[in-house]
Design a protein around this ligand. Structure first.
Ligand code: GDP
Length: 197
């Protein structure tokens, strides 16, 4: 019984979705939850929290997803929302270059709140890839930012082109983050207790 409880807790991961308002964070979560996609701009107010189970490497893991408000006026509450988070998903809008630029500020906020002495799983998403004609961000800019993230978070940062509209790579993004979380936990939690006599 106790072991079961441990297993359950051990596979519940708090992850935060961050990025400017309007980049598609809520739509990505909705798509992941399987609610489909709703057209229309719905300004994120406060924070949405939901849980969803996914299978990663034949193992079930539960994500507790915190969709942080991208609006400056909610900055004062963010500290609480980052507390205890185990990974972040950074989202920018491929059609709005400033949303990638602004992720540098988001990055500083994460570093300030989660610390940076151990590897911290991060996945970077360039959303709205269905709007191909409007994509203005170059691969070089993305690579440059990924390299910065790798140095700051002490681990490789996968990048995916996503579309909450078509669903492209949305499940994959969570799977990759889940995979990283499991790997990271294996490093953090020794599977064997070594005793010396
Ligand atoms: P949030 O503020 O970051 O949570 O962004 P929302 O999820 O509310 O999305 C902002 C707007 O972008 C809405 O009008 C969505 O319908 C639209 N949107 C979100 N994701 C996509 C996408 O992948 N493709 C397109 N074309 N529109 C999207």
């Amino acid at each position: 019984m106790l072991q079961n409880l441990f297993e359950i807790n051990n596979r519940l991961f708090k992850i935060c979705l961050i990025g400017d308002g309007g980049t598609g964070k809520s739509s990505i979560v909705e798509r992941f939850l399987g609610k489909g996609f709703s057209i229309g701009y719905n300004l994120t107010i406060g924070t949405n929290i939901c849980t969803h189970t996914a299978t990663v490497e034949d193992r079930e893991i539960k994500f507790q997803i915190w969709d942080l408000a991208g609006q400056q006026r909610f900055e004062f509450v963010r500290k609480t929302f980052y507390r205890g988070s185990q990974a972040v998903m950074m989202v920018f809008d491929l059609t709005r270059p400033e949303t990638l630029k602004n992720l540098r500020e988001w990055k500083q906020e994460v570093l300030k709140n989660v610390g940076h002495s151990v590897p911290f799983p991060v996945v970077l998403l360039g959303n709205k890839c269905d709007l191909q004609q409007k994509i203005v961000i170059t691969q070089e800019e993305i690579t440059k930012f990924r390299n910065e993230l790798r140095i700051d978070f002490l681990c490789d940062v996968p990048f995916l082109l996503t579309s909450a509209l078509s669903g492209m790579n949305v499940h994959e993004a969570f799977e990759i983050l889940g995979y990283q979380l499991l790997q990271h936990r294996q490093i953090a939690t020794p599977t064997k207790v070594v005793t010396t006599s």
